[in-house]
Design a protein. Structure first.
Length: 263
């Protein structure tokens, strides 16, 4: 009688979902695979782990690092309920670094459901990495394409060449004309020659021609001695209100300039 009751309780619990085991619903609706399953070194491959189950749950993926796979990115799609199914996806993007068969072992997920959390070991995941094809390493250069004998220059190209040549001719002609006019303009713009005899005449009359004396100081055509320059500067910039002394300085400067310039 007690054995019959125990069997009845087990059947009832299994029918209502109260009794669970580690291998529920083929790894609890968890699948894992490489996409694509074949690649070359350096290409991006996706390790996709998905959950698809009628009862609520969510998982966390655990994948150990692999020396032949370079991790690029992680994409996580949270749990959603669609068409009577709870769905979740997590993708790891890798780049294989060498050819051959790459196997990921010891990968697992932590599945959390209404009954609690359980650890599910994933089967070994295998990726075939094919080597690159043979490359032609010959040093012979590729031949140049054959010239087409019937190819003709378009009228637009000929017109462009003619316009460029005409513009160059105009620029050269303009440069020659400017070069010829430059000396004439220089002669026309030259300042009139300094008349030293006029300066001496003004000084003898008691007038000090300040502008002409300043020009004389900076005129490269007249090389003055240091003493004469000092006398001119003293006459120009000395501040005195005594008219007789002023006239005496002008007369002395006139005598000095007449002797040095031989006017």
């Amino acid at each position: 009688m007690m054995e019959f009751v125990r069997i009845a309780i087990i059947v009832f619990c299994g029918a209502t979902g109260w009794l669970t085991t580690q291998a529920t619903d083929l790894s609890a609706g968890i699948t894992a695979r490489f996409h694509p399953e074949h690649a070359h070194p350096g290409e991006a491959v996706e390790l996709r782990v998905e959950m698809n189950r009628t009862r609520w749950g969510q998982f966390e993926l655990h994948v150990p690092s692999h020396s032949e796979l370079h991790s690029i990115a992680i994409e996580r799609v949270p749990v959603e309920f669609s068409k009577g199914q709870y769905r979740q996806r997590e993708s790891l993007l890798f780049q294989p670094v060498a050819s051959g068969t790459t196997v990921i072992e010891d990968a697992s997920v932590s599945l959390t459901t209404a009954e609690g959390t359980q650890q599910i070991e994933l089967p070994a995941l295998q990726l075939e990495v094919a080597p690159f094809g043979e490359t032609d390493l010959q040093n012979t250069p590729e031949p140049l394409p054959a010239e087409q004998p019937d190819a003709k220059q378009s009228p637009r190209f000929a017109a462009t060449v003619a316009a460029v040549l005409s513009l160059l001719a105009l620029l050269i002609l303009g440069g020659l004309l400017i070069g010829k006019r430059a000396p004439e303009e220089t002669v026309q713009t030259d300042a009139p020659r300094l008349q030293t005899d006029g300066i001496i005449r003004d000084l003898k009359s008691g007038t000090i021609p300040r502008d002409d004396l300043e020009r004389l100081l900076h005129d490269p055509q007249h090389q003055l001695s240091h003493e004469t320059r000092s006398t001119i500067e003293r006459t120009l910039y000395a501040h005195t209100a005594q008219v007789p002394e002023h006239a005496r300085d002008a007369a002395a400067l006139a005598s000095t300039l007449q002797t040095e310039l031989q006017v």
